[in-house]
Ligand binder design. Structure first.
Ligand SMILES: CC(C)(COP(=O)(O)OP(=O)(O)OC[C@H]1O[C@@H](n2cnc3c(N)ncnc32)[C@H](O)[C@@H]1OP(=O)(O)O)[C@@H](O)C(=O)NCCC(=O)NCCS
Length: 162
């Protein structure tokens, strides 16, 4: 398994991984799966701003990805990025999420990013443990700002200074 930059040919695999999280988990608070067109726009925006999308490539099969982009759009926030990490459900618990998050932290540091923010659903134990193990610290907890699967969701913001 190696971590590398995403290529356009990886997009179907990335979309499948993301949409699985949309349909089955609270990791994403999207309520309906993305279309390939929406997903291609997401990727083009990343590429257009020079923001990385990294994939975990297991012998030619993309099994996870991580990316970052602006935390908030106004110019004063430019030193802070918000990241995401997704691993295919069949490949979770094997160290891939950790490897991807380390890679995206390294990329952000190399890019001069000051701080990375993660927005986690409070019920996401795996993501909470992963982020904590890499030094992210909880800096905010917003009760019941999301709703999915007929229940309210709390948003936990975690931060790592680079
Ligand atoms: C969260 C996610 C990225 C973790 O990736 P992963 O490859 O499964 O995790 P790893 O095998 O790299 O584990 C790294 C650490 O995460 C924690 N962790 C992973 N799975 C866990 C679980 N089911 N329960 C509790 N902690 C868990 C552990 O601290 C682990 O460290 P350890 O191996 O030293 O115990 C992955 O489960 C995933 O994609 N989930 C769905 C999407 C998602 O939640 N994305 C994050 C949105 S904020």
């Amino acid at each position: 398994m190696r971590i590398r930059a995403a290529r356009p040919a990886d997009l179907p695999a990335l979309l499948e991984i993301y949409n699985d999280a949309v349909v089955h988990t609270t990791a994403s608070w999207d309520l309906v799966p993305w279309t390939p067109v929406e997903h291609a726009e997401w990727y083009a925006t990343k590429a257009g701003h020079g923001h990385p999308v990294m994939v975990a490539d297991d012998n030619g099969v993309v099994v996870g990805y991580a990316a970052y982009g602006p935390f908030r759009p106004k110019a004063g926030y430019a030193g802070t990025m918000e990241h995401s990490v997704y691993v295919h459900p069949n490949h979770q618990g094997k160290g891939i999420g950790r490897a991807l998050l380390v890679a995206i932290i390294d990329a952000a540091r190399a890019d001069g990013v000051h701080a990375l923010i993660g927005g986690l659903s409070a019920d996401n134990e795996a993501s909470t443990a992963l982020h904590r193990s890499l030094g992210f610290v909880e800096v905010g907890r917003l009760p019941e700002v999301g709703r999915k699967f007929d229940r309210w969701l709390d948003l936990v913001l975690v931060q790592l200074f680079l």
